[in-house]
Design a protein around this ligand. Structure first.
Ligand SMILES: *Cc1c(COP(=O)(O)O)cnc(C)c1O
Length: 368
């Protein structure tokens, strides 16, 4: 059969093989009458800690809140600065803004698309409290360099791993490399719920306890609220689904890595950059992103051929209207990359035939 259209992502292929189990999990919850927190949330938190190598996991309503609660737990607020990147999904900066602090954008490395540790020191002031790097597209950040900087300047390292579930650094899961690591389980992420969900992992007992209270409207007793909290709990039903899906995360990540390798093998001799994987890291390919000066024409060409390709992200955060006070800042690598990147279809369940069609059309585009 000839392939007509190649979707960017098709979650139904992930869910179909486990559909019966998902339905059974749903039925169990409707029979037990417990919809908020409870044993599925506790168990998911324990299981996710095991998988990330962290001591504690605290489920939250989404990834944006995971970042916000982590910042708040470290007392980051008005008057504080947090160093981060502009080449990310806007939530990275929003969480800093919601905490009352000021995001300070640093440029990225042109090959890995993650924060350039060598540009950080010049942005550190007496107000800087934390570095918030992003494991973009599924690639860990340069933890060695970042930890050195945090130690030297007494800063917290809070990581946005919303795209990097299961990625490793020096063959270790990322859980123990930072003060807190934040995850999103938005449906399209490598580990996704069937709705919104998120989590923070940490090895710090005190911080874990604060986040646990904070996500549950600041509650310690039934009607006792020692702190101003949020309603940002991980739903029981989503925790039950996530427990089932977590069992498949490694298999799905391996599929992503195989598809990525296949792309890189078959696209090697064309005039654009392929994803780079530093030797001490594993990339879990939430997105497979190429970089070409002909990006716009290529995207239109692929769309005409029925292939969905997206840009992550076309407008850097410091150029968004929502961050208009930053609009005049110049981050040369971030701005150039935003003009040239293109994410190709890649998802668990994607067939080789679909991938071959993408590869063939890209070859045609560059050789016609
Ligand atoms: C998805 C994502 C978030 C936000 O997560 P939500 O669950 O949608 O709130 C934050 N940062 C990055 C890099 C993301 O990809």
């Amino acid at each position: 059969m000839r392939i007509k259209n190649v979707p960017f992502l098709d979650l139904s292929r992930q869910h179909r093989p486990i559909e019966k189990k998902l339905i059974r999990a749903f039925e169990k919850i409707t029979q037990q009458n417990g919809y908020i927190l409870g044993s599925d949330v506790d168990k998911f938190e324990t299981e996710f800690s095991t998988s990330t190598g962290a001591t504690y996991t605290i489920g939250t309503a989404n990834g944006t809140d995971a970042l916000l609660l982590a910042l708040k737990a470290f007392n980051i607020s008005h008057g504080d600065e947090v160093i981060t990147v502009s080449h990310s999904f806007i939530s990275t900066a929003l969480a800093i803004t919601y905490a009352g602090a000021t995001p300070v954008f640093v440029d990225i490395e042109p090959k890995t698309y993650t924060i350039n540790p060598h540009l950080i020191e010049q942005s550190i002031t007496s107000k800087t409290k934390a570095i918030l790097p992003v494991c973009l597209y599924g690639l860990p950040v340069d933890f060695n360099e970042l930890k050195k900087l945090c130690k030297k300047h007494n800063l917290k390292l809070i990581v946005d791993a919303c795209q990097a579930h299961g990625a490793t650094y020096n063959n270790q899961p990322m859980g123990s490399f930072a003060d807190a690591v934040c995850y999103s389980f938005y449906p399209g992420k490598n580990l996704g719920a069937l709705g919104d969900a998120g989590a923070v992992t940490t090895n710090n007992k005190k911080i874990a306890a604060i986040i646990k209270t904070m996500r549950n409207i600041g509650r310690t007793g039934w009607y006792e609220h020692p702190i101003l909290g949020y309603n940002s709990r991980l739903d029981t039903i989503q925790a039950a689904f996530l427990r089932l899906k977590l069992q498949h995360l490694n298999t799905w990540n391996k599929q992503r890595q195989l598809l990525a390798k296949r792309y890189s093998d078959k696209l090697r001799n064309l005039p654009f950059s392929l994803p780079l994987i530093p030797a001490n890291m594993s990339h879990v390919f939430h997105l497979y992103c190429i970089r070409s000066a002909k990006r716009n024409q290529l995207k239109v060409y692929l769309e005409r051929k029925g292939i969905a390709a997206h840009i992550h992200y076309p407008i850097p955060i410091h150029k968004q209207k929502a961050y208009r006070s930053y609009n005049k800042q110049h981050l040369p690598v971030t701005e150039k990359v935003a003009e040239e990147i293109l994410s190709l279809p890649l998802f668990p369940g994607m067939t080789k035939k679909e991938q071959d069609k993408v590869v063939a059309e890209i070859h045609l585009f560059f050789t016609r």
